[in-house]
Each structure stands twice: as C-alpha cells, then as structure tokens.
Design a protein around this ligand. Sequence first.
Ligand code: URA
Ligand code: ZN
Length: 406
Amino acid sequence: AIRGKAAFGNTIDVHTHLYLPGYMDLLRRRAEVPRIIPAPPGSASDAPERLLILPGEDADESTSSGRPIGREYWSVEKKLSFMDVHGIQTSVLSPANPWLDFLPPLDALRVAQDLNDELHAICSSSYPAPPSFPSSAPVPRFLCFGFLPLHPLFQSSQLLPAIVRELERLATPPLSSTMRGVILPAQHLDHPLMDGVYEACQRLGLVLFIHPHYGVGKGSEVNGDYGHVLPLALGFPFETSVAAARLLLSGYLDRYPDLRVLLAHSGGTLPFLAGRLDCCVAHDPAFVWGRGGRKGGKLKHSPSLYLRRNFFFDNVVYHQAGCQCLRALLGEAGKDRVMWGSDHPFFPPVDAAEGEGSRQRPWPSAMKNYEILWGEGTSTDEVKEGAKEEKWREGVLWRNASKLLC
Ligand code: URA
Ligand code: ZN
C-alpha cells in the first residue's frame, strides 16, 4: 500500500493539456481567433507570445490582447518539470480547446490524424522516472486523449465512417499503447449522429473526455466582460453541465450502458443540480409516460443514476465544498470516480515580478486541488507529507485513474 509521503509522487493527472508543436504552428499562421500573436512591439526579447482563444475575444476590449503563453504550453520538458514539482507520476495529456473546430471539415479530419500521430510519438518516447519513484518500477510518464473533430460529422453524415476509422486507429497498435480515448467539446452530445460515435467508443473501450470551450448563451452575462473570469469560472462549467445533462436525457446511456465519460471541472454544476434534474424528469409527463429522451422512449433510470454509472470526474474545482458536493452526489460510487487533475498549463502564477523561475515552484492553482483533498488551509508541506492518509484519497490521487486509464 502507498502510504504517507509516498502518496505525493504517485499522482495521475487526468486533466492536463499540451499544445503540440504542430498545433502551435497552426495557430501562429491564423489571422482570426483562435490564434497566437507575437508579444506586442517594444516588449522584452523574451516576452511570451499571446494566445487569443475564446470566441469573439479579438473584439472584446477586456481580452483582445490575449493571454501570455510561455513554454509551459508546448514544451514537454516543462510539462515534466511541472509534474516533478507537483508529485505527478503520469500525465494523461489532452489537446486543448478549441481543438480543430475552426478548420473546414476535411482539413480537420486530416490534421487530426497528423496531430494524433504527433501526440502518440511524444507520449511513447522514454523519459526519466519521477524523482520519488523506485527506479525499478517502469511508469508511463504520458498517456493521452486524442483529437476527434465532430463538426465534420454534423455537416455531413457521410463522414461518419472516416470518424469511426480514426477511433479504430486510436484503439489499435501502435497508437493504442498511449491513446485512452478522445477529448470532445461539450456540445451536441445528444445529436442523432452521435449514435455511431458512441457505438464505436463503447465497442473499442475508448473513454470520452468532455471539455468546455464555448460557454453558454452567446452574448449572455455569464460569458461577457471582466476578461477571462466569467467565461472560465461560469461559462465553462455551465456548458459542461448542459452538455452532460443533454446526454443523460437523450437515452443514449440506455443504448450504450458501458460508455465511460470523463467530465472536466468536476462535472461543472451537475453535482449541485443533479437533484433538480431527477425531480424535473420525475414530474415531466413526457418522461413519465415514455415520450422523453431523443429516442422517444422512457429513460430506464433517473438522471443521477447515470452520473454514478457512466461518468467520471476530475477534481479541478479549486474548492473543498465543490469536491464534497461531488462526493455526496456519487455516494459509494464516488470512491472510484473522482480523479486528480491540474488543468496545466492553466493557471500559471501571474506575478510577472517573479518571472519564469516562479513557474518551477508549486503553482497555487494546482496545489489547491491537493489541498481540497486534505481540507482547505492544508499547507504545501502537509500535502507533501500526505497528512491524514486515507484510502479514498489514494483513489483520487492515482488508483481510480489507474483503473480507468492505465
Ligand atoms: N482551462 C482550459 O482547459 N482551457 C482554457 O481555455 C482555460 C482553462
Ligand atoms: Zn482543461
């Protein structure tokens, strides 16, 4: 059993992004959001490039200069040093939002294949073991979720075979040695054409990692103004909540009961609102009398049962109450379903005065997701010493991810 100190160092990070070099180049060549622009003229020679990422960001005064992006966004070396500083044994890398959603359909499918190959090549290279780990034990430092553009499918159902072929390629050697599933935007999960995607993912045992990018309600108050704060703090989790709720209500999870879905940011607001979903389904004649669900049938279970059966959650919520709410929703099932995440390379320390060097020290954002396991206010030293070790924490830190993904 892993105990005490050893617990820090065995973490599997299920929510961590890498901007592949090929993806960076693609964004640098673009004239519209999403795109990467050089540091403003007159900046220091080592000033970082800037990423304009959110829809409409170039028109929004508060964000139009983008966010600075340093090497932590794209360098594998930086990812490894982040992992070592934060006790992470294995990172399950995923491409970052907005993936390839901005490319024309056929380009998106072609580029996805190239980038999936690039991601696999990075993950399958050999890297030094984590400092805290016995050198005899081989550990994969990287596994991954691949790209799977779906907008081509929604534009032409004839592209389904190409999408299924890519899923099959990811689930077959050599790519299957590192690919554990695909990352998808939190959009259209109840679309009729998703049937073929879910069929393939269930058959191939691929996990779907659902991640937001678009927020909800274009131009709504949860998205606009105050820089990135509202879209990231509220728009993102609301988007995930809506998308997962639509999947729950669609009936797809009765059709594909073995589908495994990982939800970003602890499932957004679902842990708090699942009771309302259950209640509203139980009191809606369409569902009670069997006209609910996309297939027109009655759901076999109430929504929160699917949350406990088909869904997995990271703990990227930066808040102990949020984590407790999630565990309360999941009950017994919670001991297998919550997994540690950092969301690296978001959110690095912003104190410019501390410069690049500060990014090698523990990041308050990532440490917060450790602290909430031990209780808010736990110091970094106490976290490192694995204060108050208990079985369920081991589950969150590595055992649950190891069962799902390793
Ligand atoms: N986390 C992400 O994954 N993407 C963002 O754009 C911001 C935070
Ligand atoms: Zn993320």
